[in-house]
Design a protein around this ligand. Structure first.
Ligand code: FAD
Ligand code: NAI
Length: 475
């Protein structure tokens, strides 16, 4: 039986990053992961690498190129003739990108002298000396002893009641990333992040996409101004989005899925589509972990119960990422993984939950950090708001992508930045400046006084900061 200082269960972004940081800090580390391909080869990287962040961004990029070539190259004076889609090649490229990331993680394990074990781990017992016995089944079946255990087992897609995923017609994110023929019609239940990103992919590739959302308002977690602009722009692109619906009993034949639903106004409607993506959120995944055997506490929704520092109810057992409370985001999982490894090594790792950015990779992209205007007003906070449209930004005009704006919310008295909300080109990259400023408790005036290169999209961030003090220069 091999003994380790730290055994990490799960090699998604929470787990593999925790393993690397613990190894950097001198710990003897093993990381066990259950993800394998059809041939049984280990595919470390978790949901993020295999069926999440990475493949979705690969498909978003390819489908964006396709749409650009078809619709927009002409504006640049470029004629490409007839544009043809080879879906098998497009999906193949996505699979290659995924494999490169799997191999990259295996390389990082070797580089950091981490023992990578392919298989499913479960708690076997708590030993008399306070260590834990971990059992691994699968390719590298064995028994391990761990002084510390980090559980990073992630999440799984939530299905609608009585409608299991078959990944052919009823698709979770896994099937939605691997459709072999562009469907003529595609339904999506849930206008959240997956619905909008993957709905956009298949719309760009030629499907008629209808998204049905239960919540009465579109993108309720986003700032209202961003959500409103996004709904307008995405609808204009051809995504049909209906909010405030109640989904009825869904039925299937070999060729179609029928979705009866009641609209917000109470009308009875039916959507008939070739395929249906169900993206109504995800649930924590602890199947097969045998949490009960050691008394690891889960809450009523199945999340592992942790404190602010990712400590579970058991000594030396930690949990990070999607399997614990908080946003289900790869970078949140990574930050928690690093902080836990540092705590195990006696350091003072810290995650600032107030500055975790959110990004939606549609066109235009949306990104935000901090609080929305509505949240701040409801909290009775005195605020100043500045915004600047990309329409007035030279680089955005040169790119041919002037949709959206940057909105900065600052404290009315101290000028501290409390929230930054961006919809527009490269919002995913622009948000980093806002996160940095907020981490340092900076003011809108700080952004306004920093020299931003010209011509860049980041100048719109500077101008929005100037707008907080009503002194934009280019508008
Ligand atoms: P996971 O990545 O789910 O990894 C958990 C790993 O643990 C898996 O490999 C699993 O096989 C393994 N495991 C589970 N149980 C066991 C066991 N008993 N023994 C051994 N191994 C086990 N987030 C972003 O920040 N940006 C994005 O752009 C983004 N895009 C996404 C797109 C899609 C389509 C989806 C579905 C998600 C996306 N996410 C994105 C969310 C992101 O993927 C998750 O937040 C992230 O993967 C969580 O990391 P994790 O390490 O907690 O868990
Ligand atoms: P989500 O939580 O983003 O959206 C789910 C949507 O479905 C919500 O708008 C909800 O109101 C709606 N919904 C729930 N039940 C419904 C029902 N019965 N009928 C109709 N609508 C219903 O979840 P999603 O899109 O499944 O994504 C899962 C997770 O993956 C998210 O937590 C997200 O953080 C992560 N993710 C992150 C991405 C990113 O960071 N860019 C990309 C994709 C996923």
């Amino acid at each position: 039986m091999s003994a380790f200082d730290v055994v990490v269960i799960g090699a998604g972004p929470g787990g593999y990053i925790a393993a690397i940081r613990a190894a950097q800090l001198g710990k003897k580390v093993a990381c066990v992961d259950a993800w394998v391909d059809a041939k049984g080869n280990a595919k470390p990287g978790g949901t993020c690498t295999n069926v999440g962040c990475i493949p979705s961004k690969a498909l978003l990029q390819s489908s964006e190129h396709y749409e650009q070539a078809k619709e927009h190259f002409e504006e640049h004076g470029i004629e490409v003739g007839s544009v043809k889609l080879h879906l098998d090649k497009l999906i193949g490229r996505k699979n290659t990108v995924v494999s490169q990331n799997n191999e990259g993680i295996k390389f990082l394990f070797k580089k950091n002298k981490i023992t990578f074990i392919s298989g499913k781990a479960s708690f076997a017992a708590k030993n008399a000396d306070g260590t834990y016995a971990i059992n691994v089944e699968g390719k590298d079946a064995q028994s391990l002893t761990a002084t510390h255990v980090i559980v990073a087992t992630g999440s799984a897609p939530r299905a609608l009641p009585n409608l299991p995923f078959d990944e052919k017609q009823i698709l979770s994110n896994t099937g939605a990333l691997d459709i072999d023929k562009v469907p003529k019609t595609l339904g999506v239940i849930g206008a959240g992040v997956i619905g909008l990103e993957l709905g956009s992919v298949w719309r760009r590739l030629g499907a008629q996409v209808t998204i049905l959302e239960a919540a009465p308002t579109f993108l309720f977690a986003a700032d209202e101004a961003v959500a409103k602009e996004a709904q307008k722009l995405l609808t204009k692109q051809g995504l049909e989005i209906e909010v405030g619906v109640k989904i009825g009993e869904i039925s299937q034949t070999a060729k179609a899925v029928t979705v009866p639903y009641t609209t917000a106004k109470g009308e009875e409607k039916t959507l008939k589509v070739e395929k249906l993506i169900v993206s109504i959120g995800r649930v924590p995944y602890t199947d097969g972990l045998n949490a009960d055997s050691v008394g690891l506490k889960l809450d009523e929704r199945g999340f592992i119960v942790v404190d602010d520092e990712c400590r579970t109810n058991l000594p030396n057992v930690w949990a990070v990422g999607d399997v614990v409370r908080g946003p289900m985001l790869a970078h949140k999982a990574e930050e928690e993984g690093v902080a836990v490894a540092e705590r195990i090594a006696g350091q003072h790792g810290h995650v600032n939950f107030a500055t975790i950015p959110a990004v939606i990779y549609t066109t235009p992209e949306m990104a935000w950090v901090g609080q929305t205007e509505k949240q701040l007003k409801e909290a009775g906070r005195a605020i100043k708001v500045g915004s600047f449209p990309f329409m007035a930004n030279g680089r955005a005009r040169a790119l041919g992508d002037t949709s959206g704006f940057v909105k900065i919310i600052a404290d009315a008295n101290t000028d501290e930045v409390l929230g930054v909300h961006i919809i527009g080109p490269m919002a995913s990259e622009l948000i980093a400046e806002a996160v940095t400023i907020m981490e340092f408790k900076g003011a809108a005036e700080d952004i306004a006084r920093i020299c931003h290169a010209h011509p860049t999209l980041s100048e719109a961030v500077k101008e929005a900061a100037l707008a907080v003090d009503k002194r934009t220069l280019n508008m």
